[in-house]
Design a protein around this ligand. Structure first.
Ligand code: PLP
Length: 394
């Protein structure tokens, strides 16, 4: 079929041409004396994205899943109790990984479409008088359901309980797209992956550790080898890596940070918020519901859209891909067949997203879901037009 593919899964995201070009480099010696000129500023500038001055950033040749393991094994010991909530596929998988590492995971089931229940969290921490809970694991943006948690409120709940637990954040589908502040929100380990807001291929796990998390390493007995941050601390201080890094990805990351910082983080977040609202207007105009059950949880990076009873969201994805070359995000885990997702993060503007909305609209109708033709695209476009930045007349 002629024409390009339209990629609107919530990661991997579209890669700007300038990043693709930046990655197109001949191989270099990663032990050459001037290699630190690439690495040291990368690690420094990454701190700006995590919004930290006191934290330390790490870049692993890995993905977000390894980021979960890096956070846990570098700070905890087998049998340590960690507190979490299961409210989507990714919070589920982090819990599963923590269990497999031998941690004592206490978790509560939450309806998929809701976020972390703050009252429950605060009450549980207050009840933990002996401070057996060593860490709270929170998925900032649950990519499977399009639910964003309020990290300030979670921090407040921990503080209200006066609890010393470490605060761990999965920011795979939020960091570099939705406001995230390592220092201001007193986060201890935050992790992300390269293939979402950073607009790169998968292949880098990007992390930030607070000083408290770095100190926790001294007593952390979890087995770690390849994912031990100590090896990175030793090598990074001189601008190197403990093993062969993916050099194209490092050049891509350089360009990604340049683009994000040039646009300005505040503008990046505002762009994502505005694009997301357009998608939500389209969903409303179709007469469909989001999986996220309350506006306070609406995600600015992904919308999970519930198909009406009697329909299977896999059909929507099937028609979208086969007829219109549009990749939509699948329903995962408990919401398999019930939702499809539009990823609206990364290198994106209004007219790019129009292809996702128009394609989804056609695929919905192909599936027999009677949305009014043109309703979604009209609602989104009108919102974007009305909120477009003012420009001087010609
Ligand atoms: N956490 C969240 C919120 C995610 O969305 C994903 C992947 O989509 C992961 C973790 C796992 O990351 P990866 O697939 O890079 O291992």
């Amino acid at each position: 079929m002629a024409g390009r593919n339209h990629l609107y899964v919530p990661g991997p995201t579209n890669i700007p041409d300038s990043i693709l070009s930046a990655m197109h480099v001949p191989m270099e010696d990663h032990r050459r004396p001037d290699f630190p000129a690439l690495v040291t500023p990368l690690l420094e500038d990454l701190k700006k994205i995590f919004q930290t001055q006191t934290g330390q950033c790490f870049v692993f040749p890995a993905t977000g899943t390894a980021g979960w393991e890096i956070a846990l094994t570098n700070t905890l010991s087998p049998g340590d109790k960690v507190l979490s909530y299961r409210f989507g596929q990714f919070s589920h998988l982090w819990i599963d990984l923590a269990k497999r590492l031998g941690l004592d995971v206490e978790y509560t089931e939450v309806l998929w479409g809701q976020g972390i229940p703050l009252d429950h969290l605060e009450a549980r921490l207050k009840a933990d008088k002996n401070h057996e809970i060593k860490a709270v694991l929170a998925c900032h943006n649950e990519t499977a359901t399009g639910v964003t948690n309020d990290l300030v409120a979670i921090r407040s709940a921990i503080d209200a309980a006066n609890h010393p637990a470490l605060y761990f954040i999965d920011g795979v589908s939020s960091i570099a797209s939705i406001d995230f502040r390592m220092d201001a929100w007193k986060v201890d380990v935050a992790l992300s992956g390269s293939q979402k807001g950073f607009m790169l291929p998968a292949g880098l796990a990007l992390l930030c550790f607070s000083q408290k998390a770095l100190a926790a390493r001294q007593n952390a007995k979890c087995r770690r080898a390849f994912l031990d941050i100590q090896d990175h601390i030793n090598a990074n201080k001189d601008g190197f890596f403990p093993y062969t890094p993916s050099i194209p990805l490092l050049h891509g990351l350089r360009k990604s940070l340049d683009l994000l910082l040039e646009e300005g983080l505040g503008n990046v977040f505002a762009r994502h918020a505005r694009l997301a609202e357009g998608v939500r207007r389209a969903v409303k105009a179709w007469g469909l519901n989001l999986c996220a059950q309350d506006p306070k949880w609406y995600s600015n990076t992904v919308s999970a859209i519930v198909v009406p009873q009697g329909h299977d969201s896999r059909d929507v994805m099937h028609y979208a891909y086969k007829r219109y070359k549009l990749s939509l995000g699948a329903g995962l885990g408990d919401v398999l067949g019930k939702v499809f997702r539009i990823g609206h993060l990364g290198d994106l503007n209004e007219l790019m997203l129009c292809s996702a909305i128009a394609g989804a609209e056609m695929a919905l109708r192909d599936t027999g879901i009677q949305v009014t033709p043109g309703s979604g695209i009209a609602a989104a476009c009108e919102y974007w037009r009305e909120t477009a930045p003012a420009i001087p007349p010609r």
